[in-house]
Ligand binder design. Structure first.
Ligand code: SF4
Length: 354
């Protein structure tokens, strides 16, 4: 999908969260506060995630947007406690239904991953195991979490049949044609879109309460992208699954999400309802992102954001966006802006609002 299509969607598809899904704001499914993750490197410590706060209620769909290298994927990996070593979470709290995940043992986390919180990665080719049939990869999740009778241990014929039925049901649910036959095929026998659907089937196998999706449609063409997003919305509406969608595509965020968090240099710099953030952006970075994509019906010059994302090993004392900000003043370079809470649940990290 190109930026022009994205903006069309932005203009036409912004929607409000259904009323039935708003009641659970008071009892969050996922509550993240002060989450900070670092990667030691020979060049210095990469401060990939810096004090991220997020709250997700039942049925919420949150977009985390921003340029590449802003810490979006590192944030999702931190929530799942899948930060590859030597990276480590250095501070903060991640609570799933009130339970502190950072205090759990690795065995307890393994029990929770897949069953309560699942992750869909960007590239199915590198996530699916080429040596196993797709049906086996889906049923593995059911086996690990003992969600079918007889697991773990040797399966009786009747139990194997139930497992097969469940896998076929899941493939049907994600729109794989002829699942009775195709569950026996290998990943390379599926197209990119179909592989992404299989990843979603794996994520759905245990009916998790939260799905964290890292650019799940980036590698897909526009038709398949729409199908995958429709599928995820159906899951959200039917099961009340909360979804965090990492994307650099504002069109996808506008079409699919109810809330938005804009990330820059490892921090959330603006957050709020998707319509508020996209129609009246507060932070100069969000405004820059929106000005740099075309808008349908408007003939105007696109204005790129000057400069590049900062080196996360060498962050300044002041606002990280200051070297690129057209509205910066001398104070910005010396002092880091606090997160300011405004009306309608909007938050912004900028001295213009202090
Ligand atoms: Fe720009 Fe200053 Fe706001 Fe940073 S704090 S975004 S430099 S105006």
């Amino acid at each position: 999908m190109d930026a022009f299509d994205n903006q069309t969607k932005h203009d036409t598809l912004i929607h409000d969260k259904p009323d039935s899904l708003t009641h659970d704001e008071k009892s969050p499914v996922l509550e993240i506060s002060g989450l900070s993750t670092e990667y030691p490197t020979p060049r210095g410590t990469v401060h990939a995630v810096r004090g991220v706060d997020l709250v997700l209620g039942k049925g919420d769909i949150l977009a985390i947007v921003g340029e590449s290298g802003c810490g979006k994927s590192a944030c999702l990996l931190s929530i799942m406690r899948l930060v590859p070593p030597p990276g480590r979470i250095v501070k903060g709290s991640v609570k799933f239904r009130g339970k502190e995940l950072l205090a759990l043992s690795e065995a307890e986390m393994r029990e929770l991953r897949g069953k309560d919180m699942a992750m869909v990665f960007q590239d199915p080719m590198t996530t699916l195991n080429p040596a196993y049939r797709v049906g086996e990869q889906i049923s593995e999740s059911l086996r690990v979490h003992r969600l079918l009778p007889g697991f773990p241990g040797r399966l009786l014929r009747k139990e194997r049949e139930r497992e097969r039925e469940r896998v076929i049901d899941l493939l049907k649910q994600v729109g794989i044609p002829s699942p009775e036959h195709r569950h026996l095929e290998y990943p390379h026998q599926f197209s990119g879109g179909m592989q992404q659907r299989i990843l979603i089937a794996i994520a759905l196998a245990c009916r998790p309460k939260v799905i964290l999706a890292d650019e799940p449609t980036t590698a897909l063409d526009v038709t398949v992208q729409a199908q995958v997003l429709d599928l995820m919305r159906e899951i959200n509406e039917e099961l009340g699954t909360a979804i965090v969608l990492v994307t650099h595509d504002l069109g996808v965020a506008a079409e699919f999400c109810y809330k938005a968090a804009v990330m820059y240099a490892g921090q959330i710099v603006e957050s709020g309802g998707i319509e508020d953030v996209l129609s009246s952006p507060l932070h100069p970075y969000t405004r820059g992102l929106l000005k740099s994509i075309p808008k349908i019906g408007q003939r105007r010059e696109l204005v790129p954001i000057n400069g590049e994302v900062p080196d996360l090993t060498d962050l300044s004392e002041g606002c990280s966006f200051a070297p690129r900000c057209r509205e910066a003043y001398s104070y910005c370079e010396r002092t880091s802006p606090p997160l300011v809470h405004l009306k309608n649940g909007r938050k912004v990290r900028c001295h213009l609002y202090t």
